[in-house]
Design a protein around this ligand. Structure first.
Ligand code: F3S
Length: 424
């Protein structure tokens, strides 16, 4: 890799031993991917994926301590993924004991370290840091050092920023040293599409189902999606951004997509159109039958497939303000139809703390509370990733949660019917 004089000086220890080690890590990481140079991180804020004070990740705390003691902290403040626990989310005595005393017993200690390292504020725990209420929204062309897959795909695709799908810890390394390796989605060539996806459905496809289908087909490639603007329009308004948030998270988790282009809608597709498609790109046609095939292919891994759901999680990635409001209307209307006063399955909607604060200023908050739905800032995946919760029959419309846990996927309409006591 060719380094500038300044980068070489850092690597040679002229700015301290700790920063030299950080630079070496970033350089080696870049070399693994064939990067020939480093480029500056240019976003105002960073975003970190490691938000949980898991007892077993001692080396992370040691590393953070070393950075703090050496003064090797980033010039960027950062947001980070959601907190792993929330007392408002239903859990029994044993589950609470495991969460607070065993699994995440280092949470307070770790958050203390994060504050010293440059946490934006106490509300900055969310995977949807790019929402206006949170304030970590990169601009088009900015270079990032992020790792959270759902945030990386959103930043690249919807905002036009540039970021690779880095791993945890590499995100903080790039931010501390101020450089990331130049390869993959940072390059113009790496942002070109090798798949064309043609949407030929008779109704607006479910975001998380469509994203899942595309992710599983193209894996880590860049897809150029045609025919979706028919359903989403040609402006990135709240509704389109919310759809793309959920769609993107599914492409990133059911496959490993880090960037997609939506014809006529996302910034690069609007600027360059089909010039973004590489010669010889493969074609994937998605119609109603294909979506049904994908839906039917999901395995049900509950011990008893006919079990009554014990919990429903919505909001993975975290819900937008628009989504919380729309879902308030939907749940109320659903309950009116079934004649029930409250949801019949304990239901948790998750959103960023800053989004929840804004939601609470609206009349919708009291209305949603009256339906029995709980609003939380938790990460459902972290809630479920332990043997006790893993056994619970949980339902969700998140394809990311379905992929990484035992939660069972249903479409939004099916979820609504189940939680309000209608038919599946
Ligand atoms: Fe966000 Fe946790 Fe889902 S980080 S995307 S809520 S797994």
């Amino acid at each position: 890799m060719i380094l500038t004089e300044e980068q070489k000086a850092i690597l040679d220890g002229k700015k301290g031993e700790t920063l030299a080690k950080v630079m070496e890590t970033v350089v080696r990481y870049g070399e693994l991917f064939g990067a020939e140079k480093l480029v500056p991180v240019t976003s105002k804020y960073n975003h970190l994926v490691t938000s949980f004070g898991l007892k077993m990740i001692g080396p992370v705390y040691d590393l953070m301590n070393e950075l703090i003691e050496a003064g090797a902290v980033s010039k960027q403040q950062f947001s980070l993924d959601p907190r792993p626990t929330d007392p408002n989310v239903p859990a029994n005595f044993l589950q609470n004991l495991i969460f607070n005393k065993i699994m995440y017993s280092k949470q307070d200690f770790y958050e203390g370290q994060l504050k010293q390292l440059g946490l934006m504020n106490d509300d900055a725990f969310t995977c949807t840091c790019y929402m206006d209420e949170v304030g970590n929204k990169p601009k088009k062309g900015e270079v990032l050092s992020w790792a959270e897959s759902s945030a990386v795909v959103y930043a690249n695709s919807v905002l036009g920023a540039r970021c690779n799908r880095n791993s945890g810890i590499i995100d903080i390394m790039g931010s501390v040293v101020g450089y990331v390796p130049y390869f993959g989605l940072l390059t113009d060539e790496g942002r070109k599409a090798t798949w064309v996806v043609e949407i030929k459905t008779t109704k607006k496809p479910e975001a998380q189902l469509l994203g899942s289908a595309i992710g599983m087909k193209v894996m880590e490639a860049v897809p150029y999606v045609k025919g979706l603007d028919k359903w989403l329009g040609n402006e990135l308004d709240d509704s389109a951004c919310t759809y793309l948030k959920d769609f993107g998270a599914a492409t990133a988790s059911n496959g490993a997509v880090g960037l997609y282009h939506i014809d006529g809608l996302t910034p690069e597709a609007k600027d360059e159109g089909e010039k973004l498609i590489k010669e010889g790109a493969q074609v994937y046609v998605i119609d109603d039958a294909e979506l049904k095939r994908v839906y039917d292919s999901y395995p049900v891994i509950w011990k008893n497939p006919d079990a009554k759901p014990k919990l429903c999680f919505m909001g993975c990635p975290h819900m937008s303000l628009e989504q919380l409001k729309t879902w308030t209307d939907r749940v109320e209307n659903g309950l009116k139809k079934t004649g029930n006063k409250k949801v019949v399955i304990p239901t948790v909607f998750t959103a960023a703390p800053a989004v929840i604060k804004e939601f609470e200023k609206t009349p919708y908050a009291a209305r949603l509370k009256a339906t029995g739905v709980i609003v939380s800032y938790i990460c459902p995946l972290m809630y479920m990733n332990n043997p006790l919760c893993g056994k619970m029959p949980v339902i969700t419309s998140s394809n990311k949660l379905r992929t990484y846990t035992t939660a069972r996927y249903y479409t939004d309409d099916e979820i609504l019917a189940q939680i309000t006591g209608g038919k599946k």
